[in-house]
Write a protein that binds this ligand. Structure first.
Ligand code: MG
Length: 260
């Protein structure tokens, strides 16, 4: 196969015919590439239709950070006080699944909710960066579903409520960009019905503030993922449902929910 270096926009990982590849999404096609997200990519001149491939999470991060209560509309619907500084928690790596993978709901988890979110993917090591430098640490953006066992979130057991295996779909690809346009919409659909819709500029703490805040106490590393919070309209999801998180310019993260 001949190859040439390419400028890429949407990086993904996928399986086709039982083999794993890095790829670039181009319309309804996925091109196989050589190289990884952080270096040069070469186009291997082999492509598959998107509906023939199984997406993997586009990155396997060392850390998955999340921001809670970061849209005022969601703060109000939950009856919380507006936060004075970013509310940070983490999800274990075993929550991670790709677009198309099932999210497994254990019966004992009680009510489980979808939370459509914009995820930031960190591109380089950063420690104590200012808000002004923060975007230079960003590699790109993906769709994220911060699946939450709402009944178990009481008494501040956030990590258990949000830390079940498969409770963190990410994908379908990473849009390589330092900043998302302010008017980029985030939309969550439950079985095809729009349940959440807002623009990313509605966040209480914007991406530079979040990166600066986290890097003030913990070093962010290439591939780290930060889910930036959900707008209003969170709601229950049950086995048999499908949730899609779509962000303008990135794509659609789509996952069936099944009982575990
Ligand atoms: Mg959330």
């Amino acid at each position: 196969m001949s190859s040439k270096k390419i400028i890429f926009k949407k990086f993904c990982r996928f399986i086709v015919d039982a083999k794993t590849y890095n790829g670039v999404v181009r319309g309804n096609m996925v091109d196989i590439v050589e190289g990884d997200l952080f270096g040069d990519l070469s186009d291997m001149r082999m492509s598959f239709p998107v509906d023939r491939v199984k997406f993997l999470p586009p990155i396997v991060p060392s850390k998955i950070w999340c921001v809670g209560t970061n849209y005022m509309t969601h703060v109000r619907e939950m009856g919380h006080e507006p936060p004075r500084e970013p509310l940070i928690f983490m999800k274990p790596r075993t929550t991670l699944v790709g677009s198309g993978d099932p999210v497994r709901i254990p019966e004992w988890a009680g009510r489980v909710d979808y939370e459509g979110e914009l995820a930031v993917v960190i591109g380089k090591k950063c420690h104590k960066v200012s808000e002004f430098e923060a975007l230079s640490c960003v590699k790109g953006y993906a769709c994220y579903n911060d699946v939450t066992a709402r009944d178990l979130q009481i008494d501040n057991h956030w990590i258990r409520a949000k830390g079940f295996d498969t409770f963190g779909p990410l994908g379908p690809s990473i849009l390589v960009a330092e900043k998302m346009p302010d008017d980029a919409r985030i939309t969550t659909r439950l079985n095809g019905n729009v349940m959440q819709q807002d623009v990313v500029s509605s966040m209480i703490f914007a991406v530079p503030q979040i990166i600066s805040f986290i890097s003030g106490f913990a070093t962010l590393e290439p591939g780290d993922v930060i889910a930036t919070g959900t707008p209003s309209g969170v709601g229950r999801v049950k086995p048999g449902d499908r949730v899609e998180v779509e962000i303008d310019g990135i794509g659609v993260l789509s996952n069936p929910f099944i009982s575990d």
